[in-house]
Design a protein around this ligand. Structure first.
Ligand code: DGJ
Length: 733
């Protein structure tokens, strides 16, 4: 049984094939955390619980029985920490009672264990059949406020992954306000030997990897921009100081939420650690009348003792199989040509058709028409919200263009930015109250646009109808759903003062509802998320769109950093990556077309340049890249990723490889960032079967997996900076 309860010791043990997570109903029915890490036998772990003396600085539960040892919440490892009753570390749960006090304290009441995984109504989450996962629900109660708190734990036995979320029901007869309901809280007995990892950045340099020792106090990353954001991803990891790509302890935490989040790791003065993750309490409050409930988003937790690489591979499998869904989940994605960097706003039907025609001759399978096809949209200054085809640009309408593109044997995709409204738009003139705003305060403007109030059903209905009209007017296979500003002055004209603190979260729930409605109406639609590049690359989006545009920085060398960080938890099949023109539009760098292709191949793959101006030689390279995409698709998209050389390691090179699940083939990519004289590198491969022999199809060399992994593959430095090499290995026996 993956989840067991031992009635005598009142211990819960949650196992996957590689991990154990243990907690106990302790003194006074407080839920104590005992262990999270590598799989252990069903041993008695009660010794890990703290017993303490009575001291001035560690308030204890008032004792009714002198025989029972003192119990101080500030010393124990608590399973779901509460605010204001003696646990002074950062809290997961804080409830403002009708008394005006925010004292919160929960104790175990009952539990149930069952096969499968429940849905979280109205929210994205990982999903599982009864064979894939087992769930534990622990009901706790704050006997004073009357709040009932259910803690949900699901273990994915085969992955070494588990998920958590919490729900709170007001079982009292008075109203209460939730100030913080985080999704997970994990205490570590000893965090003194750990590093804190997170992915930071900004637009055009998303998810950059940063690792530093965990120190006393709290280290946190967060968003209060209304979306998960470019600045910090809702992912953190703790790993042992000695953890490498392939060895050592690594714990990864990722929030399935696309709004404001908080992810923190705290080290207390006694060396204990606490990880918290959930909706950012800043800017959040949720009012519960008697009988009402609130459910947090889901947090995914992964542990591996095979280092950061082991951790990432677990996330990748889980997300590919149990988060992404729909028609495109495990279907080869079309190679696309997007016109954004080719034309920006300046295009017409003929220009798009010419690009599509050139693309169709090279093996590209879909044209995506980006921003600028609607209303009076000739720059970023106007027309968001006016989702009507601009027939001056697209003469004959959308239907005619799509038919012509389809006639070339290509699919057609289209860009929307549904959540936004331009100040200069018919929609804003008709409905200024549809934009987020607060009474009496001027609205901040960003990219000349405001944000629509997605908590409103009328706004969502309008958007759905607009998108539906466009979808029904032509054969559209794909939508790029963009989002290009942060949320400010977050208030809703429809809600009273007591609900305004709920708007950030209601916005996110409204967005989920609209996305679900769209996918239900168009189940074959391929949706790609985008937010000024990769500003919303998070697991919530991957539940709706199996691919996300990783960054507006399309330079192959910048992409090494971006894609390396992204791969910490997000699978290659979700990483939107395109080949663009040189000199690169973002950083001005000129890189070979082969390198641009090799780097974009570690993603969904496509092009974003004017194909009509390619030379014959370039066309041949593009044709070969498209052929390679099909040839290597399975190993790259369904294989296991091994990061071989980090782009940050002395900034001279970067390498990674994919190995098929049955270890019969592998694909290696090596990029020279900065050439040095007399260089001959030996890249030690990983993940191969040591007992198999593999043929390197590019060099003809046959060596055992053991030799490739221990002696390494020799790569001569290459002729220039930015050269790349790819090698395909196939098992020969
Ligand atoms: C931002 C996106 O990241 C770009 O790819 C492009 O779609 C522009 N928006 C269009 O305005």
């Amino acid at each position: 049984m993956p989840i067991q309860f031992f009635p005598e010791s009142k211990v819960f043990k949650l196992d996957t094939k590689t991990t154990s997570y243990v907690m106990q109903v302790g003194q006074y029915d407080y839920l104590l955390h005992l262990y999270y890490g590598a799989l252990i036998p069903d041993a008695e772990l009660g010794y890990l619980a703290y017993t303490c003396g009575h001291g001035a600085h560690f308030p204890c539960v008032e004792m009714s029985n002198a025989e029972i040892p003192y119990f101080s919440k500030s010393l124990h490892r608590m399973e779901y920490s509460c605010n204001g009753c003696g646990d002074f570390r950062p809290s997961a749960l804080s409830i403002l009672r009708s008394t005006g006090t925010a004292d919160t304290d929960i104790q175990y009441v009952s539990h149930k264990i069952y096969a499968g995984k429940p849905k979280i109504a109205g929210q994205p989450a990982t999903y599982a059949t009864e064979d894939e996962a087992t769930t534990l629900e622990v009901l706790c109660k704050d006997h004073v406020s009357g709040a009932e708190v259910t803690l949900f734990y699901t273990v994915f036995e085969i992955y070494g992954a588990m998920t958590r979320h919490a729900s709170v029901r007001n079982a009292s007869d008075k109203a209460m306000d939730l100030k913080s309901v985080l999704s997970t809280c994990v205490d570590f007995h000893d965090a003194t030997d750990m590093d804190f990892i997170h992915l930071y950045g900004s637009a055009c340099k998303e998810r950059l990897f940063e690792r530093a020792p965990l120190i006393h106090g709290t280290q946190s990353v967060f968003s209060k921009r209304g979306y998960s954001s470019h600045i910090h991803n809702p992912f953190i990891a703790l790993c042992s100081h000695d953890a490498t790509e392939e060895s050592g302890d690594a714990y990864g935490f990722n929030l399935v939420y696309t709004g404001n989040f908080l992810a923190s790791a705290d080290m207390d003065s006694d060396g204990g650690g606490r990880v918290l993750m959930g909706i950012n309490p800043e800017g959040f409050s949720w009012h519960l009348e008697p009988g009402e409930s609130f459910t947090s988003p889901e947090a995914v937790m992964v542990y591996s003792n095979e280092g950061l690489g082991g951790m990432s591979r677990i996330f990748h499998r889980l997300y590919r199989n149990n988060l992404c869904r729909g028609a495109w989940k495990n279907k080869k994605r079309p190679i696309l040509i997007n016109n954004w960097e080719a034309t920006y706003f300046k295009f017409d039907e003929e220009k798009l058709y010419d690009i599509a025609k050139a693309a169709s001759q090279l093996g590209i399978e879909m044209l995506v028409m980006d921003d600028g096809w609607f209303g009076t949209r000739n720059s970023s200054r106007s027309a968001l919200g006016d989702w009507f085809v601009n027939e001056e640009k697209l003469k004959g309408g959308l239907g005619k263009l799509v038919e012509r593109v389809n006639g070339l044997g290509m699919k057609f995709g289209i860009w929307f930015e549904p959540e936004m409204v331009s100040r200069d738009s018919d929609l804003f003139r008709a409905h200024p109250e549809w934009a987020l705003q607060t009474p009496g305060r001027p609205m901040s403007i960003s990219r000349h646009q405001y944000t629509l109030d997605m908590s409103r059903a009328d706004v969502r209905d309008y958007l759905f109808d607009c998108i539906k009209k466009v979808m029904d007017s032509a054969n559209i296979a794909y939508i790029k759903w963009d989002f290009n500003r942060t949320l400010t002055e977050v208030g809703s004209a429809l809600l009273g003062p007591d609900k305004q603190q709920e708007v950030f979260h209601r916005y996110v729930l409204g967005l989920y509802e609209l996305l679900e409605r769209l996918l239900t109406a168009y189940p074959e639609l391929l949706l790609e998320g985008c937010a000024s590049g990769g500003g919303r690359f998070d697991p919530a989006w991957l539940y709706y769109s199996p691919q996300f545009w990783a960054s507006d920085d399309t330079d192959a060398i910048e992409r090494l950093d971006i894609q390396y960080g992204t791969s910490m938890c997000y699978p290659t099949s979700t990483v939107g990556a395109h080949v663009s023109a040189v000199p690169n539009h973002q950083v001005g760098r000129t890189t070979p077309l082969k390198t641009r292709g090799d780097v974009a191949m570690a993603g969904t793959f496509g092009y974003e340049l004017d194909l009509t101006v390619l030379t014959d030689e370039e066309k041949e390279i593009v044709k070969a890249q498209c052929a390679d995409y099909h040839k290597y698709y399975d190993v790259i998209h369904y294989g296991d990723l091994y990061r071989l050389i980090s782009p940050w390691k002395d900034r001279t090179r970067c390498a990674w490889m994919y190995v098929s699940e049955d270890k019969s083939e592998a694909h290696v990519t090596y990029v020279v960032i900065r050439k040095r004289v007399h260089e001959r590198h030996f890249v030690r491969l990983a993940g191969l079967d040591p007992s198999k022999r593999y043929l390197n199809e590019q060099t003809g060399q046959v060596l055992s997996g053991k030799t490739w992994m221990n002696a390494g593959m020799c790569v001569q430095g290459g002729p220039n900076d930015f050269t790349s090499f790819t090698f395909h290995l196939v098992a020969v026996d």
